[in-house]
Design a protein around this ligand. Structure first.
Ligand code: ADP
Ligand code: MG
Length: 519
């Protein structure tokens, strides 16, 4: 057996930056450098004719070939294909993510040899469809994805490790209540956890998958572009490459404003120039509503956890955007305590994922895992049912949000007519009572039913929501376990996954793609 396979590898597949971590001989996590010598790899992919370029060089190309660069693709996960044409082709988001993961795999190989089994992180607020797509991207990239784990949970594990909480023999401590505030480039997540000894329990989670540092950048881009437009009567945002250059300068200015009170952005476009002085106060003013949204969601999550601010022992800051001073200020105002900056906002998620991977490998090897994690689901899971009173479709929620996982629920359907051959169950995720306002997870078709069933025969459909937020379905009728298949609107089929895997990573198919499609 290849000893490299035993390595515990965690991957933080971020919207804007990704990182890979591994454990050293003493079981401590560390971040691997990529081929460029950096710990963070920009999650951007540039289609340069026949060549696919990932990372820093792809970000550079945003200034010259913006239309051929895929970035922030994680925000599009769950869609069937990207609306952007890259090298004349439309790609599914999974393929773009797989190119990023593939670079991480190839670069990691230089340092630690072949890596195969990995844990990949996802925002806690990711729905089931996005979770599956992330696992599929890992498969395409040539990995065996042992598990996916929520980013805030991973960060809390890294924190626990650093505090010695997960070390053997440290027991009977007071439980700590920790709020993880994760503001990255593209997503915002907030999670409240209880850590006691080696037990990590998520109490509540909330978030926004369309809110992150990128939105702060956009505000600066608009400010500078509008100033340019006032002066010169033309808009640099009209040209994708000029816009790309401006974005890069504004992102840089944003970072400067985390360290200094004042900066300026120079904009060159069609031979004309503008220069805008921007103070930190002005920047905070034009982005206040974005920060307010995170504060609102944070309060809501705390309320869902049943805790008060005074019950919290610590507020952990995760994600590059928490370097903006306004973030710590708003949290200090809300909670009355200074947020904790003891974990690396860029690396903690990958480190926690590597620790989780080690724990899974231990468990497979029959050893007692060093710690235990309990998660909750971030969205309610239900089926589209007909309301008997109104005869209209409604979302019958089986597993409400913030239920500890794994969770099980069942529902009995009845056949309508004698000799019925199949039953169709529509699975939805979301809080709205109207199924059409929820996310359609897929249709679960049960067939063939046993022959000659009388009308009104009960068919029991059981949902198992796993610890990682993925759904398994089992169906029973007349004492028999029945076959079923979930068809998903935007998902790749097992065949397509195998073909993409071969194309992008050159890895041969394994049984896991086929197994997954029959879930
Ligand atoms: P993700 O995991 O979503 O890819 P990261 O946690 O890596 O995101 O954070 C990246 C975001 O953090 C980017 O939007 C970047 O501009 C922002 N960022 C990084 N450093 C700073 C800083 N010093 N000040 C403000 N924002 C920063
Ligand atoms: Mg992140």
């Amino acid at each position: 057996m290849n000893s490299a396979k035993r390595l515990a590898i965690g991957i933080d597949l971020g919207t804007t930056f990704s990182a890979v971590a591994c454990l050293d001989d003493l079981g401590r996590p560390y971040t691997l450098d990529n081929a460029e010598g950096d710990k963070l790899t920009p999650s951007a992919v540039f289609f340069d004719h026949a060549e696919v370029v990932v990372g820093k060089e792809a970000v550079k190309a945003i200034a010259t070939d913006a239309s051929q660069v895929a970035e922030c693709t994680k925000r599009k996960v769950g869609e069937r294909v990207l609306d952007q044409l890259l090298g004349g082709r439309q790609y599914p988001p999974e393929a773009i993510l797989a190119w990023i993961l593939n670079k991480l795999r190839i670069d990691a190989r230089q340092q630690v040899g072949d890596i195969d089994q990995v844990v990949i992180t996802v925002p806690a607020y990711f729905d089931e469809v996005r979770r599956k797509a992330t696992q599929d991207a890992g498969y395409i990239a040539g990995f065996e994805v042992m598990d996916i784990i929520n980013e805030p949970t991973a960060a809390a594990i890294a924190y626990g490790f650093q505090q010695g909480i997960t070390a053997a023999g440290k027991h009977n401590r007071q439980p700590q209540h920790v709020l993880v505030y994760d503001l990255g480039g593209g997503t915002f997540d907030v999670t409240i956890m209880r850590i006691r000894d080696d037990d990590f329990v998520t109490l509540a989670t909330d978030g926004d998958v369309q809110l992150g540092g990128r939105d702060w950048d956009e505000r600066l881009v608009d400010l500078v572009a509008e100033d340019f437009l006032r002066q010169h009567g033309i808009d640099p945002r009209d040209d994708p490459n000029a816009r790309g250059r401006l974005w890069r300068d504004c992102e840089d200015a944003k970072r400067t404003l985390s360290a200094r009170n004042q900066t300026n952005v120079v904009c060159d476009y069609q031979g004309r120039t503008s220069r805008l002085e921007i103070s930190r106060a002005r920047f905070q003013e034009i982005t206040q509503d974005l920060l307010d949204r995170t504060a609102f969601t944070t309060r809501q999550a705390l309320q869902a956890s049943g805790l008060e601010w005074s019950d919290l022992d610590r507020i952990l800051l995760v994600g590059g955007s928490t370097r903006m001073p306004a973030v710590a200020d708003v949290l200090a105002d809300l909670s009355g305590m200074a947020p904790d900056r003891s974990i690396s906002p860029d690396e903690a998620v990958a480190h926690g994922a590597a620790l989780h991977a080690a724990q899974l490998l231990d468990r497979h090897a029959g050893k007692t895992p060093a710690f235990h994690v309990t998660n909750v689901n971030s969205h309610s899971l239900g089926v589209a049912a007909t309301d008997p009173r109104t005869n209209r479709p409604r979302n019958a929620i089986l597993i409400p949000r913030n239920t500890p996982l794994p969770a099980r629920a069942q529902r009995v359907f009845k056949t309508q007519k004698a000799g019925q051959k199949s039953i169709l169950v529509q699975v939805v995720e979301g809080e709205s009572p109207a199924p059409e306002d929820c996310l359609q997870l897929g249709k679960c078709t049960v067939r063939p039913l046993p022959p000659d069933l009388p009308a009104q025969t009960p068919v029991e459909v059981r949902f198992a929501y796993e610890e990682n937020g993925r759904l398994q379905v089992q169906v029973q009728c007349a004492g028999q376990e029945l076959q079923h298949e979930i068809t998903r609107d935007n998902s790749l089929t097992a065949d397509q996954l195998d073909r993409w895997r071969e194309y992008i990573s050159g890895a041969p198919p394994t049984a896991s793609a086929g197994q997954r499609s029959s879930e």
